[in-house]
Design a protein. Structure first.
Ligand code: IPM
Ligand code: MG
Length: 354
C-alpha cells in the first residue's frame, strides 16, 4: 500500500510526523505500507514555484492514498491566486476526482467540557457531514473580475452543479446513512438558489431507491442554527461544497476542538486523500503545541476507507481514546486536572498506547 505524504505548511510537518510515528509502529507490526513524501502548498511553492508541483501530483496519482498535513500561511497571502497554497489542495482534489468528503464530528466523552455547548446538549454527538468537494461555486465558471454596465468594478463566481455531480454524492449520502442510523439530511438553499432547487430535485429522485432511509431537507441557514441549538438531531448531512465547508467548521467546534477531527476525500474507487479538517495554524507552527490527533485519526480513516483494514484503523482509534482517558491533552483541549503536553509527546503517548 503506497501512501503519498504531503506535510505542507505551518503545523503540517509537526502533526504529520506524529501520524508517521503511528503508521511506522503498525508497519513494524506487519502492516505493509510504503511512505513517500513530497512538497505541497506553500512548501511546494518554495521548492518549485508551484503549490502542487508536477512530481507531487505524479506521486499522488501513483499512490493508493494521500496523507496530508495542512497548507497556507501569511508568507503566501500576497501571491497571485494560482500560486497560493490553497490552490494546491483545490487542484489535487480536482485532479484526483476526490468528490466525496467525509467529515465526522464526534464528541469524545472525555472532551465534553471542551465543547462550546452544554454537556446536556452535546454529549454523545456523532455526526457525519458529507461534503461535495469538486463542484459548486468553488470551481464554477465563469469567475473573475470585470466591470458592470455602469462601469463599476465587480468580482463574480458561479455556483453550478451538474446532475451527475449531484447524483454521485447523494448516492454516497444514502449509502452512508444506511451504514449508520438510516437518517439523511440534505442541506441546501432551495428557497433562493436555482442550483439548490435542482439539487433537491435530484435528492428526491435518488431517494426513491432508498425507501428505508428517512430523508429530510433543511435550508443551510437553519442548519447552521440547528447545529448549535440541537446538534444531536443530525446523523448524516449531505451538502454542496461551500455549505459543507462552512457547516463542517461549525460542527467541529461542538466537539471541543477542530484539532480532533479527521477527514477523508474519496474518488469513485475508494482512493482517498486524508487530512485533518483544521488549517496550518501559522501562529503556533514550530512550537510543538498543535494537536496531532486529527492527523493521526486521518491515518485511521485511510486504513479503513482506502485499504479496508478496519482492525488496524480501530487500533489507532482505540489508542487515541486511551490517551484521552489517561488525561493526555494538548493545549487546545486542556482542562484543569488533565495533563498538558506538546505535539510530539502526544504522538509518543499514542504510540505507547498502541
Ligand atoms: C477546507 C479548507 C479549504 C476549503 C481551503 C483551504 C481551500 O477550508 O478543506 O475546508 O475551503 O475547502
Ligand atoms: Mg474549510
Amino acid at each position: 500500500m503506497k501512501i503519498a505524504v504531503l506535510a505542507g505548511d505551518g503545523i503540517g510537518p509537526e502533526i504529520i510526523a506524529q501520524a508517521l510515528k503511528v503508521l511506522r509502529v503498525l508497519a513494524d507490526d506487519g502492516l505493509k505500507i510504503e511512505l513517500e513524501e513530497a512538497p505541497f502548498g506553500g512548501a511546494g511553492y518554495d521548492a518549485e514555484g508551484d503549490p502542487l508541483p508536477a512530481r507531487t501530483l505524479a506521486l499522488a496519482k501513483a499512490a493508493d492514498a494521500v496523507l496530508c498535513g495542512a497548507v497556507g500561511g501569511p508568507k503566501y497571502d500576497a501571491l497571485p491566486r494560482p500560486q497560493r497554497p490553497e490552490q494546491g489542495i483545490l487542484r489535487i482534489r480536482k485532479e484526483l476526482g476526490l468528490f466525496a468528503n467525509l467529515r465526522p464530528a464526534v464528541l469524545y466523552p472525555e472532551l465534553v467540557g471542551a465543547s462550546s455547548l452544554k454537556p446536556e446538549v452535546v454529549s454523545g454527538l456523532d455526526i457525519m457531514i458529507l461534503r461535495e468537494l469538486t463542484g459548486d461555486i468553488y470551481f464554477g465558471e465563469p469567475r473573475g473580475r470585470g466591470e458592470n454596465a455602469s462601469g463599476e468594478r465587480e468580482g463574480y463566481d458561479t455556483m453550478r452543479y451538474s446532475e451527475s455531480e449531484i447524483r454521485r454524492i447523494v448516492e454516497i449520502g444514502f449509502q452512508t446513512a444506511k451504514k449508520r442510523s438510516n437518517k439523511l439530511c440534505s442541506v441546501d438553499k432551495e428557497n433562493v438558489l436555482e442550483t439548490s432547487r435542482f439539487w433537491r430535485e435530484i435528492v428526491v429522485d435518488v431517494a426513491r431507491k432508498y425507501p428505508d432511509v428517512a430523508l429530510t431537507h433543511m435550508y443551510v441557514d437553519n442548519a447552521a442554527m440547528q447545529l448549535v441549538r440541537n446538534p444531536r438531531q443530525f446523523d448524516v448531512i449531505v451538502t454542496g461544497n461551500m455549505f459543507g465547508d462552512i457547516l463542517s467548521d461549525e460542527a467541529s467546534m461542538l466537539t471541543g476542538s477542530i484539532g480532533m477531527l479527521p477527514s477523508a476525500s474519496l474518488d469513485a474507487n475508494g482512493k482517498g486523500l486524508y487530512e485533518p479538517i483544521h488549517g496550518s495554524a501559522p501562529d503556533i507552527a514550530g512550537k510543538n503545541v498543535a494537536n496531532p490527533l486529527a492527523t493521526i485519526l486521518s491515518s485511521a480513516m485511510m486504513l479503513r476507507y482506502t485499504f479496508n483494514k478496519d482492525e488496524w484503523a480501530y487500533r489507532i482509534e482505540a489508542a487515541v481514546k486511551k490517551v484521552l482517558a489517561e488525561g493526555c491533552r494538548t493545549a487546545d483541549i486542556f482542562e484543569d486536572g488533565t495533563r498538558k503536553m506538546g505535539t510530539a509527546e502526544m504522538g509518543d503517548a499514542v504510540v505507547a498506547a498502541l
